[in-house]
Every structure is written in structure tokens, then in C-alpha cells.
Design a protein around this ligand. Structure first.
Ligand code: ZN
Length: 217
């Protein structure tokens, strides 16, 4: 039985400014099995988010944000394979992060065993060593690994930003319900990728000081 329900209003922010020195971009589970034709658990909309995520990677790399990739990782006997088809078997083609996003030197790849990238990993430890307090979280699946990672981050008091055009889900309901829940339950800021601006706190002050000192004014 299907029912029609209305999605309650949630704010989609027009502009979100972040300090790149305190921000990390987390790209969740963009692996062949979830993204590419021939994968075992393909999210049909995931491949279409590749260019958007590439633009976020360019922003992060160009402004000095930290970059983290999560890599769902399972092996023989993993209980997730009783709930889902077999996926992301370690060292298989499907397990690999899509070629478009080859992690660069200094970027962190977190092998995770559950939906939540903090569970049983050193992600929180590394983010705190980096002095990061703000996370831009994108990738797939919006209401599963993106959502549980975002929720887990928010419970640890990270400031969470979700660019909705850089996430994907199996059904529109799942995407909308996860975004609504993120905004409603842990004050996650939902936005579009192009609305995220990286701005050093110091540089804005420096610019205004120069303008004030200019003889033309
Ligand atoms: Zn999995």
C-alpha cells in the first residue's frame, strides 16, 4: 500500500559561507558498485552527481579544505549481505572509488563497515587533529550512509552542511525525508553545491582594511 504524504517545509540555504581551514568535504561511498553500470547495488541518480561532486572537490582543493572519502568495505560473511545484495567486496572493482575521484596525496580514505563513517573508525580523531568543526557531506546513499554519517557528526557537534544536488537516493521520498530530518533534527544546513563559498575569516577583514585606506575613496 502506498500513501501520499506532504514533505514538511525545510530551509534550503541560499548561501553558506565556510572557513576552509576548519572545514572538511566528505565524499561518501562513491564506489563502482553504487555508481556505475554493472555495479551490484546501483543508485540510478548517483552517476549524475559526479560533475557536481567534482566541483565541490575543486572548491575544497583550491581553498585548502580537508578532503575525506569514505569507502564502504565488506568481506565474506558480512551480515550486511543478508540485508542487501552483495556489495563492495574488499579489493573488487565494485569496491573501488570511481575513477573520476582519484584521492590525492594527503586526502583521507576511511574504510567503513557500517552506514555511519564514524562507527569503528578513526574519522573523529583525525578531524579533531585537523581542527575541523564543519563538514560538507555529499555522495550516496542520501538516506543511508550520507544520513547516518551526517547524524553521527551532528551528535558530536560538528556543523553539518548537505549540498542536496550532490547526493542521491533510490527513491525521491528517501532523499526528501533524509534532508528534512537533517534540517529538523540536527540543524543541518541544506543547500545547493554552487551556494557554498569558502572564505578565510582573515582575508575578508584584510580586504575591507585596504578599501578604507585607498586614496580614491
Ligand atoms: Zn555496505
Amino acid at each position: 500500500m502506498s500513501r501520499t504524504v506532504e514533505v514538511p517545509e525545510y530551509e534550503v540555504h541560499g548561501e553558506v559561507r565556510v572557513n576552509p581551514g576548519r572545514t572538511a568535504l566528505i565524499v561518501v561511498d562513491m564506489q563502482n558498485d553504487f555508481v556505475k553500470e554493472g555495479g551490484t547495488l546501483v543508485v540510478p541518480d548517483a552517476e549524475g552527481t559526479i560533475p557536481t561532486i567534482q566541483s565541490l572537490l575543486a572548491l575544497a582543493r583550491g581553498s585548502g579544505m580537508k578532503v575525506v572519502f569514505t569507502q564502504d568495505t565488506h568481506g565474506q560473511g558480512d551480515p550486511e549481505w543478508t540485508m542487501w545484495p552483495e556489495h563492495v567486496r574488499e579489493d573488487s572493482w565494485g569496491w573501488r572509488i570511481v575513477d573520476e575521484f582519484a584521492p590525492q596525496e594527503g586526502e583521507l580514505v576511511i574504510r567503513k563497515v557500517r552506514y555511519d563513517a564514524f562507527y569503528g573508525t578513526h574519522l573523529d580523531h583525525i578531524l579533531r587533529l585537523w581542527g575541523v568543526d564543519t563538514l560538507i557531506i555529499c555522495g550516496t546513499v542520501a538516506n543511508i550512509c550520507v544520513h547516518y554519517t551526517a547524524a553521527s557528526a551532528a551528535l558530536r557537534w560538528y556543523d553539518v552542511i548537505i549540498p542536496k544536488d550532490a547526493t542521491s537516493a533510490l527513491f525521491p521520498f528517501d532523499l526528501e525525508s533524509s534532508l528534512r530530518q537533517s534540517a529538523f533534527l540536527f540543524a543541518g544546513r541544506i543547500t545547493e553545491s554552487g551556494n557554498i563559498k569558502a572564505e578565510e575569516a582573515g582575508s575578508a577583514v584584510f580586504r575591507s582594511t585596504i578599501e578604507e585606506a585607498s586614496p580614491d575613496r
